[in-house]
Design a protein around this ligand. Structure first.
Ligand code: PMV
Length: 311
């Protein structure tokens, strides 16, 4: 019998980068794209193998750690070690519709789907808190010093108001909010941008610290506006957040161009989402012009758009 599990993509609405330095951030699941893991039971005496379809790669999970181990192999070992089980002889197919390295949570979703499917197949009664802690360990391999927001929103599959090291808070969305997510097609290695912002903070603690604090204020205000369903105010906050992220050096000419194009075409506001320098941006739009904004973004250089409604 096969067992399968999925995990959604995610988008950060407000607060990226500042969240690494203790400020609040807001993220929501993006179920339009997801990772899926399917477990097939292998022959007795066989090995645990992960077929990573998007990477066109088969990963054999060995009981002994090795420096070159793939993160998905490390994740499997982490799970079985936590529950003091031997490695099972499963074959696990992992595939994903989430674009890689674009700030939509592809790494966290692949790990989450894998661990959920394995836990089910092994009949481990894993709770979300434990799953989140294990996925966070793997996020560290991908990202260096992640805040934990990606794994949290992907594991809990709920909008989260996230402050590093604090219990997760979810919140209600007062009125449906329509977003166009646009991919620049430029890969964005989050750990590089996070590292650069950290260096900048060391060099100019007062100026950069003030930007982090202002971003924190924007996230707090945004949460209240999301709860009220106030799209106009949220658009203004997105503009401000984008400008602050530009000050942190994590925007790019293409992101700025796409953000400006969305705003000139009637979006309430737009901003980069995630690590920046590439990856994705989000535009908050009245639903009736969402299609035309999506076309404008594609015409201005976006490689792909996804529409989503937060409700
Ligand atoms: O994974 P990304 O590219 O969506 O970025 C995550 C958000 C950051 O704040 C830039 C990093 C982090 O760990 O919170």
């Amino acid at each position: 019998m096969e067992v399968s599990a999925t995990a959604p993509g995610k988008i950060i609405l407000f607060g990226e980068h500042a969240v690494v330095h203790g400020q609040p951030a807001i993220a929501v699941p993006l179920p339009a794209v997801c990772a899926r893991a399917v477990v097939y039971r292998g022959r007795p005496g066989g090995q645990l193998m992960i077929i990573a379809a998007n990477l066109a790669r088969t990963i054999v999970v060995s009981a002994t750690p090795h420096r070159s181990d793939h993160a998905l192999a490390v994740a499997c070992r982490l799970l079985v070690d936590y529950y003091r089980r031997p490695l099972p002889n499963f074959h696990v197919l992992v595939h994903s519709t989430i674009p890689v390295a674009s700030g939509l949570g592809s790494g966290a979703a692949a790990t989450t789907a894998l661990l959920k499917a394995l836990s089910q197949a092994l009949e481990l009664d894993i709770d979300l808190e434990t799953l989140n802690a294990l996925v966070y360990e793997i996020e560290k391999l991908y990202h260096g010093t992640p805040s934990g927001i990606d794994n949290t929103v992907v594991v809990y599959e709920q909008p989260v108001y996230f402050v590093r090291g604090q219990p997760i808070e979810t919140f209600a969305i007062g009125q449906a909010l329509h977003l166009v997510v646009a991919d620049t097609g430029v890969p964005s290695p989050t750990h590089v941008a996070v590292h650069d912002v950290g260096v900048l903070y060391q060099q100019e603690p007062a100026r950069i610290g003030a930007i982090f604090e202002r971003i924190g204020d924007v996230s707090r205000e945004a949460r209240a506006r999301i709860e009220l369903g106030d799209a106009v105010a949220l658009g203004g906050l997105m503009r401000e957040n984008h400008a602050l992220l530009r000050d942190l050096t994590v925007s790019s000419p293409l992101l700025d161009k796409l953000v400006a194009a969305a705003e000139a075409s009637g979006a309430y506001g737009a901003k980069l989402s995630g690590g920046g320098r590439g990856g994705n941006l989000i535009a908050l739009t009245p639903p009736e012009i969402a299609d035309s904004i999506a076309r404008v973004l594609l015409g201005a250089g976006a490689k792909r758009v996804i529409q989503t409604t937060l409700a």
